[in-house]
Structure formats: structure tokens, C-alpha cells
Write a protein that binds this ligand. Sequence first.
Ligand code: ADP
Ligand code: MG
Length: 720
Amino acid sequence: MPRSQAIANPDQTKVGNLRAIGTHRERALTKIGIRTITDLLYYFPRRYLDRTTIVRVADLPMYVNREVTAVGTVFSISTIARGKKRLVVTLADERHKMDVVFFQGHDYWRKRFQTGEVIAVSGTVNLYGRTPNMVHPDIDRLQQDESLNMLNTGGIIPVYPSSSDLERVGLNGNTGFRTILRSAVTGYVDGIQEYFSTGFLHRKNMPPLDDALRSIHFPNDRKALEAARYRLIFDEFFWLSLQLAYQKRRKSNTETGIAFKPESPKARALIDSLPYSLTGAQKRALKEITANMTQPHPMNRLLQGDVGSGKTVVALLTMLLAVDNGYQAALMVPTEVLAEQHFRTITSLFNDLSVNIQLLTGHQKNSSKSDLYSKIASGNVDIVVGTHALIQEAVEFGNLGYVVIDEQHRFGVMQRATLQSKGITPDVLVMTATPIPRTLSMTLYGDLDVSVIDEMPANRKQIKSAIRFEEDREKVYGFIADEINNGSQAYIVYPLVSESEKMDLQAATEGFELLKEQVFPEFRVGLLHGQMKSEEKDATMMAFKRGELQILVSTTVIEVGVDVANATVMLIENAERFGLSQLHQLRGRVGRGDKQSYCILMTKKSIYFSGGAKATDEKKTLSDSRRRLDTMRDYNDGFKIAEIDMDIRGPGDLWGTMQSGYPELRLASLTEHGDILSDARAEAFALVDEDPHLRLPEHATLREVFKTRIKDKLVLSSIA
Ligand code: ADP
Ligand code: MG
């Protein structure tokens, strides 16, 4: 759309041009990244006040213990010394009154109120005698006319995020920001440049960008606000997806990689020697990966499958394919225990295949390491299994063609890139046992192809999970004893008690002594923790695997990938302290064979039943822990659990670690807007397919705007 000459371009106008913004304000805004009027227009409200969200003061007694917003005029401000000293601000709404009570920061709060001003308070309602009150509520200042407008005509008032720095220059989240945004919107929003074509907006039923920006700040009604939110959330996901689409395109279509030949006698031999046949899902994944490997472009593929779904064998078969093609393959895992386990599994499975396999971890002696390094460099080693030691500078591969990264979520994006840089352009398979909600994998792994193993081996029984309290402890021990007497084995896991590894160790060590000496003197009990030497860990794991130990007491080091099919009980102490995905991983250590398995989540009654009623932060955490335990009891499906986890925690670290390289998400939420993400992603990928260099005239503006937003230089060069 051509820009009208009369309107200044907000992209190029400094915020200082607004009359209400002087040098102090300009400096404070610059500090939070707001330089131009456009930056300011993209500073969105954190919430809105309107008639529908407000309770009349007269009605407050009906909302005791609930969180609401009320509006009133400051009637009086007084300090009450009787009882606990407190500041009471009384608000009046016609003939009704309520108190706003502050126990802390008297002087601060006293200065913040003036009689006659109109404020909105949001908090939990209490009743003191017959007067309703709120203790330390959120406060929003309204101007007289705003409040009248809101209450009479149903206007919607935006409330902005602020900070003490901003408040110092008069930019509080209420009248302060509303004033400057009002003038930015009035004077400049018409100059905002639309990048989508009218046809596209029409097809998507979305408002133009200037309308959306106007309405996100000062909506006429709820409907306009919702339309604006949809448009702006769509846009955020669209820019993100567009970058991902280019990254994927670059990786899969343009770079030259190895075109492996699909025939692999070694893989064939391994399949024939397996004591089971592959599941349909495993076969499908295998086919997809193989087809991808035969392409002359580097593979970047994610293999997703719940704990115990049998990802390892799929990886191994494809590694053999690389070896049969004359290349080296590397398998990278997050822990030493796991590296050692994989190494042993592979060594015994590949017994007759004449493949040279080596283990490389951080704890090996330097002398043996340098020897190993030179073997790897000369190409004598076919398969290297290792931890992050694999990506250290000194490791050079002679002929690395294929990289498998297990339990990817433990590795940063950088590490993935480093290992890839060690080969020419090796094919990469990333495996994750932490099922990732669809929305996260679309973004986090948005540049990868995905194979899913969504079927468990046929011999599996559903693991039975139960929550138990201290009072049940004797019974629980009795149950474990019965299982062991029937020939099974058990894990008992102690949680992260504190940040310090020493403390962890103490809980597990004390637990171990007690269990070994007093609870299960008749059984063979072993201890595994992260501070043991790797040979000791190894020996203990092996002893458990061979059945020489019947109970393995452990810290969380056994969490990932450990495979002992005869173990049927997983007892998790202080289970409320674990995160959901960790609990799911731990539970996945049992139920790996054909016996019925059990997961027992120990917690305290006081913890399980507390929380929920009052929303102080501490209590909220406690009720979250109950949600986690209940989820574990009620669900076995890792994808379902991952979704609930994301709901409780938000997208968390996974997204946090990668977001820096991508356009920012401000309104868009991976937990709430999965559908909009799918929509935007489909449009972005279709666009890149249709017009890869954005050369069509209707994409000209889009192309210019994309160039300013994109953070990946390689992507930039591919459209430049
Ligand atoms: P994960 O996907 O969690 O890495 P693993 O690859 O460790 O799972 O497999 C779990 C267990 O299931 C292993 O003991 C493996 O030998 C076994 N397994 C794998 N595939 C099958 C299958 N198709 N049928 C029966 N057992 C299988
Ligand atoms: Mg695994």
C-alpha cells in the first residue's frame, strides 16, 4: 500500500518527537529498546480494564476469597496503629466503601495516593466486619473521564508494563503510558506499513496492521481487541516461521551432503539377529531416515518417540548404513552412564559385524584419549559413542558422515552446530525421548524434518502409577519386597534436595544406609550417584543389570535412557520435587520388559493436600506439585504429559535457550496459541515454496520488512 505523503513514517521517527516525551523519558525508553514510534506502537498492554472485568464495591462481599478488580475514588488515607500497624486507603463508590490495606511500605504507599483520585484495585477480597478489603492489591490509576467512560459506555482501558525506572520519569503503567501511546496512535499509526496483500488479509479474515495496532492499544470493543490480538500473534509466528522455513530450505535443498547408498548388509544382519521384530512405527521411521540419507543434501531430522519406544535400534541400524558406506558415525549422549550403556549395548549387538566401536567420555585418562583421538582422526574407528567430550576441539574425525544426538533437549543448539561442523556436512539425526508438545517442536525443531515412533513394542504392559504418603511407607516396602521375591528388581530414587550436589548425595546416601541395614537387610542393595568414579558407576550399573543387585538406590543420574528390563518398581522419594518430564523419564526406567511394572510416587499428605485456596506464590507452587503427581498417576502418554507440563510451567528453558536467534514473541504464547502457530507456519512455508526469493511484486514490502527483522545472516543472504 503506498504511504500517504502527509503522514510521517513511524519507523523513522524518534519517540522524542512526541510532545509528551522529553530527554529524560526518551532516555528511559531507549533503555528498554524503544527508540522509534514504531517501537512504541509495539509496546503492548499487559492487560485491560473494562466493565466486564470489574465488580462494583457494593457487590464485593459476594466475592470473598476471589480475585477481582474494583474501582473507586480515594476517600481517606490513614495509619492504624491498633493491632498490626497498617496503612488503610478507603475507596468510595457511590455510598459504598472498601479498604485497601498495606502492612509494608507505609511511607511509600502513603505518598502514592491522593484523596479524590480514581483507582482500580485488583486482588483477593476479604471481609473485615462488614467492610470488604484487599491486602496489597495491584493498583491502576484511572483518569476521571477514563473511569466514567469505562463504567458508562463500556470502554476498555489498557494497562502497560512499567518499572521503577520508567515510573521515575512519569511513565507508570497507567496514565503515564496511556498518554504517550494515545498520541503515538493518533499521530502515527496511519503511517504504519502493511506487508501483507489485501487479498491475503481478506482470505485470512484479518484486520490491516494499522487497525490492529490501534485496537491493541485502544480497542472500541472486545471483538476489535480479539481481532487485533489474532493479527499480531499471527504476525509474530509468521516472522518466526518464515525464518525457520528459510533455514530448513537452506539445509535441505542447497547444501551438498552425502548421498548414502541404501544397501547395508550390516544393518540387514543386525535386524536378522534381533530377538524381536521391529514395530510398524520403527519400520516407518527407518524408511523415512534411510530415504532422507540417500538424498544428496544433508539430513536434519528429529526422531521423536516416548520413553521405551525403541529409538536406539533405529539409530543403530542407520549408523550401520553409514558405516557400510565407508563413513564414520558418532552417537552423542548427555551423560556418561548413558554413553557407557550405549557402548556396551552396541558392542554386544555388533559382536559379529566387524565394526570398530570406541567410547569417548570426559573422564577418560588423557594418555588413552590422545591415542583414541588419533585413531578417530585416521578413520580407523567406525563408530564413536560419547558425551559432550565428542565436540571438544581436539577431536577430529577422519571421515565423519553421520551424527546421532540422543536426548537432544540436554544439548544446546550451539553444540549441535559444533558437532556438525566436524564432518564435511554429515547427516544428523536428533533423538528425543522427552515428548515435546507439538507447538514447541514446530518452533524449537522447526527447521528439522520429523519422524515419530508412536507405537510401543507389543510386549509392553501399561505401568501402574500410584501416589503414596509417609503413612503408607511400610506397605510400600512390603510391596517392593514381594516384587523382589518374585524375581524382579527395583529402583529407589532420591530427588534434588538443593542446588548442591553434596546435599543430594547425602539424602541418597542416608537413604541407602537405612534401606540396606534396616529395611531390606535380606536383599542386595546398591548405590549410584553422580560423584562416583565412572568405573564405580559402571560396575554398579552392570551389577544391577546382571541382577546381582536387587535394589538400586540412586540420585537422578539414572534418569535418562538406562535400560534394565527386569526392573519393575520405581519408587520416587519426595516426588513433588521433580518436574513432570523428569518424573516421566524416571518412570520410563521400568516397564521395559513384559512384566507388569509400577511407579510409586512418595510425598507428604501435608504437601499433597495443601495449596489452591489462596494464591500466594508459595501455595501456588504446592498446588502445581499436586497437579504434577496427579498427572503422573492418570497418564502414561508422554505427549499428553508434555502438554500438561507446558501448561503448568510455560514453554520454559527449551524455548528460552533458542529464542535469542529469532524474532521476539511478545503476544504470542506457545502454550496458548498452538492453532495460530500452525496457521502462520503453513502460510510462511507455502510462501517460501511459491516465491523463494520473494521476487513477486506483491511480496516486495514483505521482503523489505523481513530483511529488517531477520537475525540469521545466512537466511538474509539467501533472499538478498
Ligand atoms: P528409547 O526409545 O527409550 O530409547 P530403547 O531404544 O532403549 O527405548 O528401547 C527400549 C527397550 O525396548 C530396549 O530394551 C530394546 O531392546 C527394546 N525394544 C526395542 N524395539 C523393540 C521391539 N520392536 N520389540 C520389542 N522390544 C523392543
Ligand atoms: Mg533411549
